[in-house]
Ligand binder design. Structure first.
Ligand code: DOR
Ligand code: ZN
Length: 345
């Protein structure tokens, strides 16, 4: 049995750092395990321009602990009035690594998102020409579509036609939650990939709704039924370069989660690698872990792989029930549970 695993240092291809004091307290968790992270732009106000992204990147860099090497990779929040010229310049200058579509009101801080994806086609054409990666939150927001069907509906009503219209545009279908998304990505060309979160590999929707409402298992897209979770596990551990690690770590204070209208988002950063590796171990797929965590993402984003390594060992790790950011309580993913792997650095 393998009791120690050393792999090239991974990257997190999707997460939320927030801003200000919360950001200063959460960045070290990610910088401890990952070399780089794709940073989501859904701040208030959102990161819509090169200037805003460059300033945000500086604030993140200032929060990286002394002696730690970590590079935030910035994204542009696409809106109905995105300036394609500014986006292209920001990408050329190395400020933007990708741009993000949030359908308006799909999730936290997405009110400024695009009201019609088709209206964005001129910007997407420019992105295709400049080879800028497009990240997509793939859920429709129509009130008459059941929340559990919103990802599949997005594939059928927008994503299929978008990918056909821009055959060279690199598209990351973010935090996929369904077998429909796995099938779509597998059937698409090599320019279409997906990130998968730890929570969607560990839980199905029962974890949110059985035995009382479990707000710490609530994120968007919501976890689906068990058959979907199994499809995600097969995709993540199956070795395909189209699937890679993206925690969607989304910190919200305990008070904001345990509320009459609890926020969507799971704070996955603190024990991210232990969480993913537990899944790969359960699936008998330790050999596939480095590809998913450290190789497929850089290949898709056309970035070099990291030179240094991290090691994890088979050992009981107790995840605290609660951590603190800005002096307030925050519940980490797996809070109060014991995982079978420990991150050694
Ligand atoms: O659960 C989520 N939380 N999903 C998202 O898409 C956004 C995120 C957040 O920013 O809190
Ligand atoms: Zn996210």
């Amino acid at each position: 049995m393998t009791d120690r695993l050393t792999i090239r240092r991974p990257d997190d291809w999707h997460l939320h750092f927030r801003d200000g004091a919360v950001m200063r307290d959460v960045v070290p968790y990610t910088a401890r395990q990952f070399a780089r992270a794709i940073v989501m732009p859904n701040l208030t106000p959102p990161v819509t321009t090169t200037a805003l992204a460059a300033a945000y990147r500086d604030r993140i860099m200032a929060a990286v602990p002394e002696g730690v090497r970590f590079t935030p990779l910035m994204t542009c929040y696409l809106t109905d009035s995105t300036d394609a010229e500014d986006l292209a310049r920001g990408a050329a200058e190395g400020v933007f690594t990708a741009a993000k579509i949030y359908p308006a009101n799909a999730t936290t801080n997405s009110a400024a998102g695009v009201t019609s994806i088709e209206n964005l086609y001129p910007v997407l054409a420019r992105m295709e020409a400049e080879d800028i990666v497009l990240c997509i939150h793939g859920e429709v927001t129509d009130h008459d579509i059941d929340v559990f069907d919103r990802e599949k509906a997005f594939i059928d009503s927008h994503l299929r036609s978008l990918v056909a219209a821009f055959p060279k545009l690199r598209v990351v279908f973010e935090h996929i939650t369904t077998s429909d998304a796995v099938d779509f990505v597998n059937a698409a060309g090599p320019h279409v990939a997906a990130t998968i979160t730890p929570q969607h590999l560990h839980i199905n929707r029962n974890a949110m709704l059985v035995g009382g409402i479990q707000p710490h298992n609530y994120c968007l897209p919501v976890a689906k039924r068990e058959s979907h979770r199994l499809a995600l596990r097969a995709a993540a551990t199956g070795g395909s370069p189209k699937f890679f690690l993206g925690t969607d770590s989304a910190p919200h204070l305990r008070s904001a989660k345990e509320s009459a209208c609890g926020c969507a988002g799971i704070f996955g950063a603190p024990y991210a690698l232990e969480s993913y590796l537990t899944v790969f171990d359960e699936e008998g797929a330790l050999d596939a872990f480095e590809g998913f965590a450290s190789l497929h993402g850089p290949a898709f984003y056309k970035l070099p792989v990291n030179e240094d390594t991290v090691t994890l060992e088979r050992a009981q790790t107790s995840v605290p029930r609660c951590l603190h950011v800005t002096g307030e309580e925050i519940v980490p993913w797996h809070g109060g549970q014991t995982l079978g792997w420990r991150f050694l650095g």
